[in-house]
Design a protein around this ligand. Structure first.
Ligand SMILES: *Cc1c(COP(=O)(O)O)cnc(C)c1O
Length: 479
């Protein structure tokens, strides 16, 4: 399989999987996509159903990912998948699971069983193994520099901890993460993990990262890279759980199911789109946003408008508090018929000039719901709290505020959907104790594997709001 930037002409330069593995944006500013999506048929799905039941999730991941990777030896890739998705990291060899809410149309897809209790682990675990493999093969080292408001940073740190060729420097807005998230990150003892409590809000952390990256000589000297949500390998890893959940939910390939997905950067649900394009029998893709409804606005009106940072509300589902949806370009590229000149016009010319574009009058947008299955809605804080309380009181199920957003939206739209809906559980309630207490008055249970997270000594340095201080810290640590 070869990969092409969304902004490159179809006869433009293609790349292999490992060439884009360590990269974010393509040089032309676009995002990488495979030149085509491999199609799965009923026979292959039957085989995958047997593989999942017999050999577990890692073996299924190997089958799915192999369709997209032709520059890693198959046995090596199997080893990578086995190490990423083992029972020690994810609690069982099945890794993901489904459970029904009461006896209704809605199910919960459990994809947050990993080391940091958020679905980001599903992608990061694989990325950690792939990075180690490829860096060793190329005899290279990498310094991951990132900013996080919570789930991505801790997931990346767990995936990269102890890896010889990788150093991680993670900026967090001082005092702004939940106590559990802080404990999770700052409690890591591995010398290659460097936590920075940065004296600023999340946007300022991101700005500092950008400024460090703008120093080209520094960037080259320390091999600065990232693990952000536009990385293709992260999306690919996520395609696997759509397949696994589908196979667990169904007995035959005649059956269709829908997925409801709490969305921010459009990474999680973009993998659902890819799985659907591969021919996985997905009925509807239900996109759920919180108050920051950039994506709901796009899917309901055709208008995509990037928000100014002061317009972004700090909500009780913080991992969805975004001003723009970094992966949307991939979907729009498919929607508009994969024409790089159109994609470039929309995401480069129009966004730079006006901060928005509209597809409302295009035929592609008019047919979007029918052709691609998307349907969207949003939630407020009150909706999420009510959803958490209702589920707890009626069914004894406790969900986190992001998952609650998905459940609220799925409920709201269920009347229009004629298939079982699997709501993806993007984090466990333990990460967001404040909102849980507000909703139901009890502390969320702490899963056994996190029992002593809160008691670890903290490893974190305080830095002033200044990119130069970040650089100085990196130099001091790495020499
Ligand atoms: C990252 C995250 C999301 C949003 O996922 P996207 O891929 O950005 O759409 C939702 N919920 C939780 C808990 C997350 O960590």
């Amino acid at each position: 399989m070869k990969y092409l930037s969304t902004r490159a002409p179809s006869n433009g330069p293609t790349h292999s999987f490992c060439d884009i593995l360590l990269e974010g944006l393509a040089a032309d500013g676009g995002l990488y996509l495979p030149v085509s999506y491999p199609r799965v048929n009923g026979d292959l799905l039957d085989e995958w159903r047997r593989v999942l039941a017999g050999e577990g999730y890692a073996a299924l991941a190997h089958r799915v990912i192999s369709l997209y990777v032709d520059d890693i030896d198959s046995d090596d890739l199997l080893g990578i998948c086995r190490r990423a998705y083992d029972a020690e990291n994810f609690g069982s060899t099945q890794v993901v699971g489904v459970s029904r809410i009461g006896d209704g149309q809605l199910w919960i897809g459990h994809i947050s069983n990993g080391p940091t209790a958020a679905f980001k682990d599903m992608a990061m675990a694989l990325l950690g193994e792939l990075f180690e493999y490829e860096l060793t093969r190329r005899d290279r080292r990498l310094t991951i520099l990132g900013a996080t408001s919570g789930d991505t940073g801790s997931s990346a740190e767990y995936a990269m901890r102890g890896r010889e060729r990788v150093q991680v420097f993670m900026l967090t807005p001082a005092g702004r993460m939940t106590p559990f998230q802080q404990a999770q990150m700052f409690g890591l003892k591995d010398p290659n993990i460097h936590n920075i409590a940065f004296d600023g809000v999340f946007d300022e952390c991101q700005d500092a990262v950008k400024k460090v990256n703008a120093d080209v000589a520094f960037k080259a000297r320390y091999s600065i890279g990232a693990v952000n949500s536009i990385n293709w390998a992260r999306l690919l890893a996520q395609v696997v759980y759509y397949v696994a959940l589908y196979l667990q939910m169904t007995g035959s390939n005649e059956e269709k199911i829908s997925f409801a997905v709490p969305s921010g950067n459009f990474g999680d649900i973009c993998a659902g789109h890819i799985a659907r394009e591969m021919g996985l029998p997905i009925d509807r893709l239900v996109l759920a946003t919180n108050e920051n409804d950039v994506l709901h606005e796009f899917f309901s009106t055709g208008r995509y408008r990037v928000r100014a940072s002061q317009e972004v509300a700090a909500t009780s589902s913080p991992s969805m508090d975004i001003s723009k949806a970094s992966n949307l370009e991939r979907f729009v590229h498919d929607l508009m018929g994969r024409k790089p000149e159109i994609t470039t016009d929309l995401f480069d010319t129009q966004l730079s000039a006006h901060g928005r574009f509209s597809l409302r009058r295009t035929e592609a947008f008019q047919n979007l719901a029918e052709r691609y299955g998307f349907i969207s809605w949003n939630s407020t804080h009150a909706d999420r709290v009510q959803t958490i309380r209702g589920l707890w009181c009626d069914c004894g199920i406790l969900v986190d505020p992001h998952t609650a957003d998905g459940i609220h939206v799925a409920h709201h739209l269920a009347g229009q959907i004629h298939s079982p809906i699997v709501v993806l559980e993007t984090a466990l309630p333990v990460k967001f104790a404040d909102t849980i207490i507000e909703a139901v008055g009890v502390m969320p249970p702490v899963p056994e594997r996190f029992k002593d997270v809160m008691d670890q000594p903290r490893r974190v340095v305080d830095l002033p709001n200044d990119p130069e201080a970040v650089k100085a810290h990196i130099i001091e640590q790495l020499g």
